[in-house]
Design a protein around this ligand. Sequence first.
Ligand code: AHM
Ligand code: MG
Length: 337
Amino acid sequence: MSHRPLEDTIAQPVGTTLERYIMRTQSEFPYATGELSQLLRDIALAGKIVSREINRAGLAEVAGAFGQQNVQGEQQQKLDVVANIRFIRALTNGGQACAVLSEEEDGIVHTGNVQGKYVVAIDPLDGSSNIDVNVSIGTIFSIYRRVSPYGAPATEADFLQGGRRQIAAGYILYGSSTMLVYTTGHGVVGFTYESSLGEFFLSHPRMIIPETGSIFSCNEGNWHDYPEYVRDYLTRCKERRCSGRYVGSLVADYHRNLLVGGIYLYPPTQKNPDGKLRLLYESFPLAFVIEQAGGRAEAGPGRGRVMDLIPTHFHQRTPLFTGSYSLVDELLGMETT
Ligand code: AHM
Ligand code: MG
């Protein structure tokens, strides 16, 4: 059995923690007062706790249906509820967020931090149908500076500012490892969680999506409900012998394409003319990240760039076509009849 020489082990740098990275780059943050740094720390903390809960889901009897429905009328899973509580609690205790909008809550959750300058829109646990089958799931978040006066409760307008007003956004992927990926508008950075040390370490200092790729990710079960331009586009992908990759967890499908190049599609369908994904806490944050990584996020022909959309209500949906720039470009160039 071969042993690594002790000097080698000692010589290995442990890497840059999220904490140190945030401190080092704080001046790049919009407003740079430290509050946004604290918010990211709070999100990372809740992410660690949720990661732990997910890892023992099969043992702790937290997987499975909770027996209630969320505001979208969907079955809530226990872990959805757990994650929702963890993120709201971390953001409440951190003090910087005056309010949270969650996929799991109908209206605004006021944290009581009326002096907090930020609001957070979050999908605490996306891809919940994958929890029980041990497939990757994720958290998606978006941060805005509030527009309502400090000292007063947050208002609807704080959350309905539009994609371009996001000051930070990102996701946590609970996969073969847990990763935190975020942007503050200065590129995209990724951290991998080292559970034995309880720390996120910088693993992807500058994430850039390849300009093109050979993966398409969509639910082909909806084929007959897709608009013709989407079917034509997918046919082209197949003619080029692209690979279809789709697990039905947005963060996992998106993250794969971000790393290796590809396109994620959730088109309008006959049943859901606005697609399935939610604008505020799914499409906006992922659009911000992909654009910062050199990719593209569009809502489809005639609907425009996702980042340009201005929402009118909290749980609004939008079609989403996102990924490598040239693939999204090609899709938008398809004939729409
Ligand atoms: P959820 O927010 O209820 O978990 O649903 C969102 C999920 C995404 O993660 C995924 O991309 C999509 O729904 C899959 O939907 P479908 O089963 O229609 O392909
Ligand atoms: Mg979701």
